[in-house]
Design a protein around this ligand. Structure first.
Ligand SMILES: [Zn+2]
Length: 89
């Protein structure tokens, strides 16, 4: 039995909403709600970079594993959250 009334959308076709960052509480952008976050919550670009780095350094994930983990938790960059900030050297 399906007890959840939330509509199911194909990523890239859901309505966009203003999201707050689940990490810092700031503005996270105007994106589609990700199913694995509470309604109204997303992830801002600076926190995405910080969390991705933390997964690699503290959790010892490879960058590929960290990105997969972030996609599961926070959704697709550019659809559910900002594209990650690039660090230039
Ligand atoms: Zn944030």
């Amino acid at each position: 039995m399906n007890t959840i009334n939330a509509p199911i959308y194909t990523p890239g076709q859901a309505p966009k909403v203003y999201l707050r960052c689940a990490c810092c509480g700031g503005f996270a952008g105007y994106f589609e709600q990700h199913w694995n976050q509470d309604l109204g919550w997303g992830l801002c670009a600076p926190c995405a970079r910080w969390i991705a780095g933390r997964l690699v350094i503290r959790e010892r994930m490879t960058p590929t594993e960290a990105e997969a983990d972030m996609r599961r938790t926070y959704g697709e960059p550019g659809i559910n959250r900002a594209e990650p900030e690039r660090v230039t050297t």
